[in-house]
Structures are given as C-alpha cells and as structure tokens.
Design a protein around this ligand. Structure first.
Ligand SMILES: Cc1cc2nc3c(=O)[nH]c(=O)nc-3n(C[C@H](O)[C@H](O)[C@H](O)COP(=O)(O)OP(=O)(O)OC[C@H]3O[C@@H](n4cnc5c(N)ncnc54)[C@H](O)[C@@H]3O)c2cc1C
Length: 396
C-alpha cells in the first residue's frame, strides 16, 4: 500500500484506544498533514466511557502477553517525552493482595467509639502488620483487620496513570499534530463491493443535529469500545457495567494498588467482597467493585445509569478498612461499561477497516501498544513492533 496516496483516516470512538491510536497515527513519519486527514469521530465526549472511569493500573503481568511488554514500555516513554508524571500522574506503584476482616464502619464506631487510630500505632499493631508481611509504608489500613498480605510485583513491574488525564492528553497531543475531533455518532461504515470490499465513507449524525452526514474515508479504525458490535455486528465483544468511587483521604497516603479480599461484618450478616483500591498521585483513592449485567448498554456514555446503592456499597467497604479513608470525602460516584471479549487488533473483511476494541480490564495498560501497532498497519501495511497475530479479528 503506497504511503504517498492521500489518506482520509477516520477513528470511531474517542476512548483511550481511539485517542492513543490518533496519537501514534499522527506521530508516524508517513503522516503528511497537508496531504492526509485524521479524524476522531466521538459520539459523546473524549474519555466519557470506561477510559475516563477506570483504575489506571499498568502491569507487566497483565494480558495478552504479545502486547503487554511493548505497551508497558511505551507508557514510560510517553511519560518521559510529554511530562506525563505531571500531566497524567504516571508513576511506579507497589501492588499487593491483602486479606482483611472488618466491621462495617458505622457499626465499628458504635462498638469502638471513634474507630481505630492508624496514626499512632501501638507496638502490638506494628508487630501484627509485620507478621502479616505488610510493608512498613502501607500505614493506612487498620492493623487489627489485616490477616495476610502478599506483594504482587517486583520493582519496575507495575505503574499507574490517571486514565482520564492520559486519554484526554493523547487526544490533545494528536490535535496538536493536526488531528480533528468531530462530535457525532457513526451510524454506518460504507464500502464498495466491487472488485472487492473496500471502505469508502462513514455516515454519522453530528451533535446536536439529527441530520446524517457523510465523511469520506480511505481507512477506518473502529475503536468504539463496548458499542463496537453496533457497527461491526460480528465483532465478539460484550459489555459489562462496573461502578466505582473516588475518595479524598483525610491525609495524603502512600502509593499502593491493593487487590483486596474483605470479610465485612454487620450485625445482620458477614459478606465477602473484593474491591480494588488504588491510591493516585492527585491525593485521591479510586475503588471499584464487581461488574453487573442488570442494565443493558445504553445508546451513549452520557446515558449510563449510575446505581448509587452500588457506589455506596463500595464506599462503605472502603471506609471500613481504614480510619483515614473513613474520614475522607467522596469525590465521584460513577459507572461505565467494560468492553469484554478481546482485545481484537487487526484488519477486518473490508479492506481499510481496522478493528481495535474489546480490551477487557487491561485497556489502559494496552492502549499505547495497540495505537502503535494500528499506526504501523495503516501507514506501512504491516505490524512491526509486536507479534499480534493472535489478536487478529476473524470473520468480522
Ligand atoms: C471499573 C474498571 C476499572 C478498570 N481498570 C483498569 C486498569 O486499572 N487498568 C487497565 O489497563 N484497564 C482498566 N480497565 C479497562 C479499561 O478501562 C478499558 O479496557 C478501556 O477503557 C477501553 O477503552 P476503549 O477506548 O476501547 O473504550 P471506551 O472507553 O468505552 O471508549 C469508546 C468510545 O467510543 C465512543 N463511541 C461508541 N460508539 C460510537 C459511535 N457509533 N460513534 C462515535 N463514537 C462512538 C464512545 O462514546 C466512547 O467514548 C478498567 C475498566 C473498568 C470498567
């Protein structure tokens, strides 16, 4: 495929996959802004879905292994190149799995008065934490509640970003190189069928209008997350709703991403729960719970229904593990839909249409690797940086 013919590249979806793909397409040496156009077509807002509401953990032990090391390295390089430590909170973070047995905080207060102080640790409490293997600087969990701790990564194997800030920064850096963002909903991918299936254009409804418009396209990247099957019905991608909260603790706390297993006791029952709790550089913690399929995928990210009861359940569990979190302020209660089933990265049955979606719970980790591979596929006709044959969509 010649890189000198004019290209009109349309990326459907401004989540982390679409935005990072726009970044790499526009930073590729073959891109010539006076000849080629790159457009992100986004139905609601950049990072309005899972990409703005995820945890942001990056790990060398994530999956799939064919793209993880490349993507993990690219995250560090992007942070070095664009001041990502300041701009999107890139930093290394320790990760552990922790076993806790707690009383729901409201009940703990009833029985213990003002809760358990974490700031002044008794010798007994310190010994208990050491026995459980808890690192010394993880000083914001209730020592009485810890029944086990295990490190989940060696030094340099895990890091984190603030997903909303990372995604919007990728889109902004792409715009600086000439990428356009159009707000509107893609409704169909149009192609000629002779002599072979060849993409020609996208039909979309610009916001806030209701009249359809057409965008010519030589290349289309479908990165519409869980909405992808609405455009490519044979794409094996499903949607799972997940709730999360962010809390500002009552004092700054050390950097940890904790995979918890919590036995939570109330006067009426004991339940097992397992929220992930991550500290973030901007003085907040992020916690998410399990997914549900109670409400089907709505038309857009703006229509996602937030079940406040599910947020409160996460919140009250998190508050119970620590006084410093119990006294914290809840900043956000939110929900989004995880794109499950992939990731799928590669050409489809229609020439010029590339699928990049279905990234499961590792889309933040795997976005830069995906973006780089797609940019090579579009500009050079083949992927050079990783062997992603196993991610090729088949029959789509
Ligand atoms: C609770 C939770 C925690 C997570 N934590 C982590 C983590 O710690 N680390 C990690 O690596 N991953 C994590 N993930 C996974 C990660 O968030 C996702 O894999 C990733 O955000 C998917 O990005 P995406 O761009 O494919 O999809 P999305 O973020 O859903 O973006 C798709 C975009 O496409 C747009 N769109 C859809 N249809 C159309 C259309 N027809 N026309 C135009 N635009 C359209 C949507 O408006 C949306 O903006 C987490 C996910 C969840 C739910």
């Amino acid at each position: 495929m010649s890189s000198t013919r004019p290209r009109n590249i349309v990326i459907i979806g401004g989540g982390i996959i679409g935005s990072t793909t726009a970044y790499f397409l526009s930073h590729h040496p073959s891109y010539n802004p006076s000849r080629d156009s790159i457009t992100i077509l986004e139905a609601s807002s950049i990072a309005g879905g899972a990409s703005g509401k995820a945890g942001g953990l990056l790990a060398l032990w994530a999956y799939p292994s064919c793209i993880v090391p490349l993507s993990f390295r690219l995250h560090r390089e992007l942070a070095d190149q664009h001041n990502g430590r300041e701009r999107w909170g890139y930093r290394e973070v320790a990760v552990g799995s922790i076993d806790l047995r707690v009383k729901k905080r409201s009940e703990a207060r009833e029985t213990n008065g003002d809760g358990v102080s974490l700031q002044k640790r008794s010798d007994d409490a310190v010994k208990k934490l050491q026995k459980a293997g808890v690192p010394e600087d993880l000083d914001w969990v209730d020592p009485e509640a810890v029944y086990g701790y295990e490190e989940m990564a060696g030094k340099g194997e895990t890091a984190q970003v603030h997903p909303y800030l990372f995604t919007t920064s990728m889109a902004a850096l792409a715009q600086e190189k000439g990428v356009k963002i159009i707000y509107g909903m893609a409704t169909s991918i149009n192609f000629s069928s002779s002599p072979q299936l060849n993409v020609e254009s996208i039909t979309y409804t610009p916001k806030p209008s209701t009249t359809s418009e057409t965008l010519p396209a030589t290349d289309v990247i479908v990165s519409a997350g869980p909405w992808t099957p609405q455009l490519l019905p044979r794409a094996p991608i499903t949607a799972l709703r997940a709730h999360s909260v962010t809390i500002r603790p009552s004092r700054p706390i050390s950097a940890y991403a904790l995979f918890t297993s919590i036995q939570l006791t109330t006067p009426r029952s004991t339940v097992l729960t397992a929220p992930e709790i991550y500290t973030r550089p901007n003085d907040e913690i992020y916690a998410c719970g399990e997914g549900d399929r109670v409400v089907p995928l709505p038309p857009t990210t703006a229509d996602v229904e937030v079940d406040l009861k599910r947020c409160e359940e996460i919140e009250s569990t998190v508050r119970s593990v620590s006084e410093v979190l119990d006294r914290g302020e809840v900043l956000v209660r939110q929900a989004c839909y995880l794109p499950n089933g992939g990731p799928w990265v590669g050409e489809t049955g229609v020439r010029g249409v590339v699928l990049a979606a279905g990234h499961t719970c590792w889309g933040i980790q795997n976005a830069p690797g995906t973006g780089l591979c797609v940019s090579e596929l579009v500009w050079e006709g083949k992927v050079k940086s990783a062997n992603i044959k196993s991610l090729m969509p088949r029959g789509v």
